[in-house]
Ligand binder design. Structure first.
Ligand code: DQQ
Length: 480
C-alpha cells in the first residue's frame, strides 16, 4: 500500500459503501449507461489533486449497482485540442453496437472560456477511447443567441435521428436546454430550445440536462448552479411542456444528476455528492466527492417524481437490530443501547401522533457535544437534517437542510436512512431524499436516539443494519 492509500484507508470520514475514486477529486457522474448487462458510470475526475481542475473522465463498472471496479481513465485533455483545458460532462450512447461518448471540450482563447461538443468511440467495450479527429462536432452556440453557457450534452435516438440537448441559458431570460438533431452523431442541426426557464425561478444557467420518458410523461432534469431541479411534463413536436417542478434532492449536497435505463427498464439516477468542508481540508485529505447511492425513479400518484434507493443495496446489510412500538416523548433523551455506528442503514416508520416535531438523532456523542438530528416538523410540513451540532470542527458546513414533505391525514413517515461516515442519505416515503454531509470529529459520536417536541410521537417499527463496506478493486490512476 502507498502512503496515500494507507492515509485514505484510515480516514474516518471516507465513505465505505458509496462509490468514489481511488483517490483525489470527483464531481459529476457522466455517461451513465447499461452496456452488455453491466452498469457503467464515468465521472468528472481530477486524478492529480483532491480539488476541481483539469477534468478527466474516470470510469467504473458494476454488475449490481453496489460493488464497482475501477477501469482506466476514459478521457483526458489533449494538449492543443478543443478539450485541452478539460473534458467536461456529457453522456454515452449505443450507436448500433458501438459506444459513443458525447462530451464538452473546454479550452481558453484570450482568457475567454470556449465550450464545444466533442465525441469519442471505443472498440474494446469501453476500456479505451479514441477521440474523433475532426472534433468538435458542434463548435459554437446557435447564431443569434446570447448564451450563459453551452455544455453537458444529453443524447438520445428517435427513429432514425439522434437528438442532443445542450445545457445553456439565454441572457436576461433564464436557463435553457437547446435541442439539436443529427443522422450520424457528427453533423448536427440546431432546432430550437426544448424548454426555457425563468431566471428568477429556475436560474440563469442549466447545467447537465438529462431528458427521458417515465411512465406516460417525460422528465427533464437540470442543474441550476446549486440544485438539481426536475420537471415532469409532456414531450410533443420536439418541445417539452412542463407541468410540475420539484427538487430532485432537498438536502444541500446532491448535484449534476444523470440517469440510465437498465435491462429491466428501470430509470436509475446518480448524482454528485459534494463535500461540506473547506478546500484546505479536502486537499489535505487526498480525496473529495462521492457518487450518490443509485435511485430508482418513478412517478407518484400526484405526478411528482418518486425515488427509492435501489433494492440491490440490501446485500450490504449485516448485523440486524429490530425495535417496535416505542413512545417518543419530549423527555426521551437516552440513546438506544446496544446499537451504534457510522455505517448503518436505518428503516424507521413513525406515527406523528400529536408531536409538533419528532426526530431521530444519529452520530451522537455520549455527552451530546456532537449529534445530527433528522427531524420532521408537522408545523412547517418539512423534513430536515440539522447539522448545527454535527461536528466540533470549525472547518465544516453547518445549518439545517431540508424541504417540503406533506404527510396526508393518517400517513406515517417512512425513513430509509443511510449513514456512511461523512455521507447521510435520508429517503422519505418514496418521494423525496435529503443528501447531506456531516463530519463528526469524535470517534465516539456513534449513538442513536429518539426525540419529540410539543407532544408524543410513536416509532411503530425500526430496523437497523450494520452496513458492509464495498472494496473497489482496479484503477490505474495516477496519484500524484
Ligand atoms: N461540472 C462540469 C461541467 C458541468 C459542471 C465541469 C456541473 O461540465 O456544467 O466539471 O457540476
Amino acid at each position: 500500500m502507498t502512503n496515500l492509500q494507507e492515509k485514505l484507508a484510515a480516514d474516518p470520514q471516507r465513505p465505505r459503501y458509496h462509490f468514489l475514486p481511488s483517490a483525489n477529486w470527483m464531481n459529476d457522474p457522466n455517461g451513465t449507461i447499461f452496456w452488455k448487462g453491466k452498469y457503467h458510470v464515468f465521472y468528472q475526475h481530477n486524478p492529480y489533486v483532491a480539488w476541481w481542475g483539469m477534468m478527466h473522465w474516470g470510469h467504473a463498472v458494476s454488475e449490481d449497482l453496489v460493488h464497482w471496479t475501477h477501469l482506466p481513465i476514459a478521457l483526458a485533455p489533449t494538449p492543443y485540442g478543443p478539450d485541452k483545458d478539460g473534458c467536461w460532462s456529457g453522456c454515452a450512447v449505443d450507436n448500433g453496437g458501438v459506444p459513443i461518448i458525447v462530451y464538452t471540450g473546454v479550452s481558453h482563447d484570450d482568457g475567454r472560456r470556449v465550450e464545444v461538443q466533442c465525441i469519442a468511440t471505443s472498440d474494446d467495450d469501453m476500456i479505451t477511447w479514441k477521440k474523433y479527429p475532426e472534433n468538435p462536432v458542434i463548435g459554437s452556440p446557435p447564431k443569434g443567441l446570447e448564451v450563459t453557457g453551452f455544455r453537458d450534452p444529453c443524447v438520445w435516438k428517435e427513429g432514425d435521428n439522434w437528438y442532443m440537448l445542450i445545457g445553456s441559458g439565454i441572457k436576461d431570460i433564464g436557463g435553457a436546454a437547446l435541442l439539436y438533431k443529427s443522422k450520424d452523431l457528427i453533423r448536427w442541426e440546431y432546432l430550437h430550445p426544448l424548454c426555457i426557464g425563468d431566471k428568477e425561478k429556475t436560474g440563469t444557467m442549466w447545467e447537465c440536462p438529462d431528458f427521458f420518458p417515465l411512465g406516460d410523461k417525460h422528465v427533464l432534469l437540470v442543474s441550476t448552479l446549486g440544485t438539481t431541479l426536475y420537471f415532469v411534463g409532456t414531450y410533443a413536436d420536439h418541445r417539452f411542456h412542463p407541468d410540475i417542478r420539484g427538487n430532485t434532492d432537498i438536502g444541500g449536497h446532491f448535484y449534476a444528476a444523470r440517469s440510465l435505463i437498465d435491462g429491466d427498464g428501470r430509470r436509475i439516477l446518480f448524482g454528485w455528492v459534494w463535500e461540506g468542508c473547506s478546500e484546505a481540508a479536502q486537499r489535505a485529505s487526498g480525496w473529495a466527492g462521492v457518487l450518490s447511492l443509485p435511485r430508482v425513479l418513478s412517478l407518484c400518484d400526484d405526478g411528482t417524481l418518486g425515488m427509492e434507493p435501489v433494492p440491490e443495496l440490501k446485500v450490504l446489510r449485516g448485523r440486524h437490530y429490530h425495535y417496535t412500538e416505542i413512545r417518543v416523548t419530549p423527555a426521551s433523551s437516552a440513546l438506544l443501547t446496544g446499537v451504534q455506528g457510522d455505517c448503518l442503514e436505518i428503516d424507521a416508520e413513525f406515527d406523528p401522533c400529536d408531536a409538533e416535531e419528532f426526530c431521530l438523532k444519529v452520530r451522537c456523542a455520549p455527552d451530546a457535544t456532537e449529534q445530527t438530528l433528522i427531524f420532521y416538523s408537522d408545523k412547517s410540513k418539512r423534513l430536515n437534517v440539522d447539522r448545527e451540532r454535527s461536528s466540533l470542527s470549525p472547518e465544516v458546513s453547518r445549518g439545517i437542510q431540508g424541504g417540503p414533505l406533506e404527510l396526508v391525514a393518517g400517513e406515517t413517515l417512512n425513513l430509509r436512512i443511510f449513514l456512511d461516515r461523512s455521507v447521510v442519505d435520508v429517503f422519505a416515503n418514496g418521494r423525496t431524499c435529503i443528501t447531506d454531509r456531516i463530519y463528526p470529529s469524535r470517534a465516539d459520536s456513534l449513538g442513536i436516539g429518539l426525540f419529540a417536541c410539543g407532544s408524543n410521537a410513536k416509532l411503530k417499527s425500526m430496523d437497523i443494519w450494520e452496513m458492509k463496506s464495498i472494496s473497489t478493486p482496479g484503477s490505474s490512476e495516477p496519484h500524484r
